[in-house]
Write a protein that binds this ligand. Sequence first.
Ligand code: TMP
Length: 203
Amino acid sequence: MSQESILRNFIVFEGLDGSGTTTQTSLLRERLENGGRPCHATFEPTRAPIGTMIRSILGGGTAVTPYTMALLFAADRQEHLYAENGLAALAASGITVISDRYLFSSLAYQSGECGFSSVLSLNANFHLPEILFYLDLDPEICMERIAGRGRQEIYENLAKQKEVYGFYRQALEHFSDTAMRIVRLDGNLPIRELAENIWNYLA
Ligand code: TMP
């Protein structure tokens, strides 16, 4: 398997913290389910043991080196996709799988400290989704949205979000010639309008 292999029925949402990926994942799931289409919404880092460890590090509970963090995200992803009854099996059975974040988050968030090519090679064996929705929003606006949430995680500061924004661009550019469809959306749009654009694209 290589990064050129596309996992059919697999849709991913990506964007900076506060860009609305979680909201749009859940709105799309609702809409698909209401239309009687079998669907599974999920997220990374996951709720499984490796994802739980990552959440504790993100919360500032424990510190690990940046490369360990990149390895942990990749390990969590490996289980998420390829464990028994993982996403790859679900999507192959015809269920539409929607993930709030995927390997593009690793490229965006871990490349600053680990290097883009190093993160790319750690993630080279994962399937690409059929569609990647990228919610494009300025780092400054993301920071305003995050500030409203109260608690902050280790990547939630303006300098980091600016860096992540740059690496998202590099990641999207890197995959622009693959069979994965990349859809950039204006993250400034009101939630419902954005959801409508996503729905219209899929229709
Ligand atoms: P969340 O806020 O969407 O739940 O995501 C948790 C944080 O983890 C978010 O700041 C993005 C970050 N992240 C990475 O740094 N690398 C990854 O591979 C993934 C999936 C998330």
